[in-house]
Design a protein around this ligand. Structure first.
Ligand code: HEM
Length: 398
């Protein structure tokens, strides 16, 4: 392919599936813009990249969040997401237990109560932006409870998270936005550093305290790694779950038959959430770099090639999912790659699933239906995540 399409252009970003279907058919490993990255689009190739970290290093993610123009450290660049073993293994071991299914189950009563009060509040207002009222607030409360942060800062968390992930795609000519993002990164670092100092003096029942204690007990972790960890959890815990909740609501408003089925049988909610994850891939992609010349799907990639691993495409691979472009809650077969695979498999998957289930259960219990303002969806543009930017709805009480 001589012309390299830009995946962030509105023609592709607003409806990416026809584009990726053509790549899977005609050029499953091919260079795209920005930066001439190699897009990996077939399920089998995506899995191969994720399962071979010695060939496809996560260090490749770093330049996407630490562009040359940014004159300060983006803290997420020092997080385990962008590391390979053994550093990755050392850091990941510190939180595996907290984020296990049983670890997050302790948050269930709090998240359920939060979801119910958010729906009550939305019903009282009746016409709301779902993204602002639910998709932002519920994950912010959950991640605040986990990290020991002040949940009333939710709008600030989103601004900070957008800055962490936004620096990599801000256009070169947009100096104003660059200055803004730099300021937000400063604020975020300042805030989390003060939280770390507070927890050092006054330990709490939260992940920040767990990390500080692990370090005190000899778990080696630099100051930058500690800050990077907290930032990663805040950003990863917020951005993707925000999108997932928005995509669930969008699917329900646009498919009243699915809403009716879930209303009749709530046990279908987890299956619905899994299919939304596959169908829409809130986390569209991840990034790797080749540690040596490598062959992938019959294409030779040079050493140091940046590889864009496209979950959004693998999740619609027709050779893996029968009737791949059809939304089908009864699907069995290949697991979706929405949370990744291999050593970087999403730590927060049980938490994200729990939040989505409890939000939907509260909506189904308290609402007769949700009606979306007619018109096309405006999609947010972020480096690896995609969901509705706003979702104006009317909630009709049950
Ligand atoms: C719908 C919600 C979510 C989706 C779709 C999602 C998706 C992903 C994916 C695809 C990866 C792997 C990236 C890679 O291989 O490079 C990942 C990693 C990660 N996620 Fe999530 N995530 C979600 C929610 C969460 C939540 C709620 C948290 C925590 C509060 C979280 C924390 C993490 C962390 C810490 C990693 C890095 C793991 C590692 O590098 O070993 N995620 N996530």
């Amino acid at each position: 392919m001589t012309h390299k399409p830009n995946i962030y252009s509105p023609e592709i970003w607003n409806d990416p599936h026809p584009f990726y279907a053509s790549l899977r058919r005609e050029a499953p490993i091919s260079q795209i813009e920005p930066s001439g990255m190699w897009a990996v689009t077939r399920y089998e190739d995506v899995l191969y990249v994720l399962k071979n970290p010695q060939l496809f290093s996560s260090e490749g993610f770093r330049p996407a969040v630490q562009p040359a123009w940014l004159q300060q450290r983006n803290p997420v660049a020092d997080s385990l997401l962008m590391m390979d073993p053994p550093a990755h293994t050392r850091l990941r071991a510190l939180i595996t237990r907290t984020f296990s299914a049983s670890g997050v189950a302790r948050l269930e009563p709090y998240i359920r109560e939060s979801a119910q009060s958010i729906v009550d509040d939305m019903l009282a207002r009746r016409r709301v932006d779902f993204m602002e009222s639910m998709a932002l607030v519920l994950p912010s409360r959950a991640i605040s409870a986990l990290l020991g942060l002040d949940p009333s800062l939710a709008p600030r968390f989103k601004t900070w998270a957008d800055a962490v992930t936004g620096v990599g795609i801000v256009p070169a000519e947009d100096m104003k936005r660059r200055a803004e993002l730099t300021g937000y990164l400063d604020e975020l670092k300042h805030h989390l550093t003060s939280v770390l100092e507070l927890r050092q003096r006054e330990p709490g029942n939260d992940v920040v305290t767990d990390l500080l204690q692990a370090r005190a007990q000899g778990g080696s972790m630099s100051d930058d790694e500690l800050l990077g960890y907290c930032v990663l959890l805040l950003v990863a815990g917020l951005e993707t779950t925000y999108d997932l909740l928005g995509l669930c609501a969008l699917t329900l408003t646009d498919n009243p038959d699915i809403w009716a089925r879930l209303k009749k049988d709530r046990t279908l909610v987890p299956k619905f959430v899994e299919e939304v994850l596959r169908f829409h891939s809130p986390s569209q992609s991840t990034i790797r770099t080749t540690t040596q010349e490598a062959e992938l799907g019959g294409v030779r990639l040079p050493k140091g090639a940046t590889v864009l691993v496209q979950f959004v495409s693998a999740s619609r691979d027709e050779s893996v999912y029968p009737n791949a472009h059809h939304f089908d809650m009864e699907r069995t077969g290949a697991p979706s790659l929405a949370f990744g695979q291999g050593i970087h498999f999403c730590v927060g998957a049980p938490l994200a699933r729990l939040e989505a289930r409890l939000a939907l259960e509260a909506l189904l219990e308290k609402c007769d239906r949700m009606v979306r303002e007619p018109g096309p969806v405006t999609w947010n543009v972020a480096i690896t995540t995609r969901g509705p930017a706003v979702l104006p709805l009317e909630l009709i009480p049950a």
